[in-house]
Write a protein that binds this ligand. Structure first.
Ligand SMILES: [Zn+2]
Ligand SMILES: [Zn+2]
Length: 159
């Protein structure tokens, strides 16, 4: 009985957070959008489009891709560079901040963070506290975007 109660409370909290995120980004609340945001809330790691397809089989690919596209546009999610065929997505910085209610300084908020992928378990994650170092380019080259994916072993696989 106790277990059930805990689960309901957690699910309730999650549903509120999901609706708040959609509402704050001027998005209509649909079941599909709620389920996608909910999945990201549940996961501590970045998710690929394939992960979404596997974990939300009730939606077709087109719906999922459209939802992901909308979330990228609204900056709820950000695209994570990956050298494989799969694109990964993670919550954007302002969502993260809302969720953790943590003070992130202005520089950190607008800078690009490092992404890490574990070569053992294959998980990809955002490292928002670790920023991409300053990059210098030859004269008269201009940077639009810097993406850094670090490969190695995550804590769980390393231990
Ligand atoms: Zn790992
Ligand atoms: Zn990220």
């Amino acid at each position: 009985m106790q277990l059930i109660c805990i689960f309901i409370t957690f699910a309730g909290m999650n549903a509120t957070a999901v609706k708040e995120i959609l509402h704050n980004h001027q998005l209509r609340i649909t079941t599909g959008r709620c389920d996608v945001v909910g999945l990201f809330l549940k996961s501590n790691y970045a998710l690929s489009a394939k992960d979404l397809e596997n974990q939300l089989p009730q939606y077709d690919r087109v719906t999922l891709y459209r939802t992901l596209h909308t979330f990228i546009e609204k900056r709820i999610l950000h695209l994570i560079p990956h050298d494989g065929e799969l694109a990964y997505f993670g919550f954007s910085e302002d969502i993260r901040q809302q969720l953790t209610d943590k003070q992130v300084n202005a520089t950190a908020h607008h800078s690009d963070h490092i992404h890490f992928t574990c070569t053992v378990c294959g998980r990809t994650e955002c490292l928002p506290e670790h920023l991409v170092p300053e990059v210098s380019l030859p004269k008269s080259y201009q940077i639009n975007e810097v993406a850094l994916l670090v490969k190695g072993q995550c804590q769980a696989c390393h231990e």
